[in-house]
Design a protein around this ligand. Sequence first.
Ligand SMILES: Cc1cc2nc3c(=O)[nH]c(=O)nc-3n(C[C@H](O)[C@H](O)[C@H](O)COP(=O)(O)OP(=O)(O)OC[C@H]3O[C@@H](n4cnc5c(N)ncnc54)[C@H](O)[C@@H]3O)c2cc1C
Length: 323
Amino acid sequence: MATAILVLAEQLRGEIADITFEMLGAGRKLASASGVPLYAALLGSEAAPLAARLGLADKVFVADQPQLNLAPAHTIAVALKAILDQAQVGLVLIGGTNGSIGIGSFLSAKTGLPLVNFGRAAKLEAGAVVVTSQLFGGKILSDVKLADGRGIVSIYPGAFPVEAGKSEGTPSVEKVDVAIEAPKVSFKQYLEPEKGDVDITKQSVLVGVGRGMQTQDNVQLAEDLARILGGAVCASRPVIDQGWLPLSRQVGKSGMTVKPRVYLALGISGAPEHWEGMQNSQCIIAVNTDPKAPIFDGAHYGVVGDVLELLPILIDKVKARKG
Ligand SMILES: Cc1cc2nc3c(=O)[nH]c(=O)nc-3n(C[C@H](O)[C@H](O)[C@H](O)COP(=O)(O)OP(=O)(O)OC[C@H]3O[C@@H](n4cnc5c(N)ncnc54)[C@H](O)[C@@H]3O)c2cc1C
């Protein structure tokens, strides 16, 4: 790989999103291993002050233009293409988030660079970049080789550590002025998501409950355990769909991606759509009556048993241990 790596910094209302730091950390590793610079692109008016937070990049390209605020994917791709032409970039990292998911396709069409979606690991191999792409909700992991290290990779949120992308360094800043046509699609309104009482993405202990809890009343047992463990309760989709817990507690493909130190999966089968949202937990402990439940394929520890029998015992034991 002989050309630079560019990370598209994702930010919203004055905050750099965690995915940006994930990509910077992963990009820095590749850049250092191949001896090329690491750049970041920061787009939108009033985004310029955020450049100081991207210290792991060697240089930040800033396009301080109001048309790039919450702009549609095509407009962002136009801006990125202009930066690519100017900066001799070979590899572009873009967040595989709701905000950025469509950008890579437009950029690929505009540049002819290959696009790999859902990247969750990347390494150098004899000048090539090999990206592990997670397909079908995690059922298939596919290694895709970008032969000369050139391409666009959308990075799966939660794939890389956030902290590895933070640095006190001071990147140089280069202002760019991008010619932007009036977009065919425009941003109308930002709808604030339902505010949850607890942010499950920030918890170090999560007690996840699934349909195996049987009734809404039984969820209280999980609440009790979470409280004495200093964590919070989250859930699989059927639990949310039945109204047992609010949407802000849903883990998975159509919910949150979580990475706690401990994830207890209680009466959760481990369907790919759920697994996708909690697979990067440091320690997964599953309780399920079915020894063949898929959750046991990935859990670090497993109990084959009835969660409703186990929970009261577990709560008593933890209470006793804590005195
Ligand atoms: C587009 C799409 C998006 C989706 N998004 C999500 C998502 O974001 N999050 C999500 O979770 N799902 C999502 N799903 C749904 C997903 O496919 C599964 O249906 C869901 O995860 C199953 O939830 P569950 O494990 O609680 O229920 P089930 O699959 O019904 O599993 C219940 C488990 O409990 C066990 N059990 C039963 N009784 C007990 C007991 N007493 N003690 C211990 N174990 C017991 C059973 O053996 C079983 O394994 C999505 C699906 C689609 C199609």
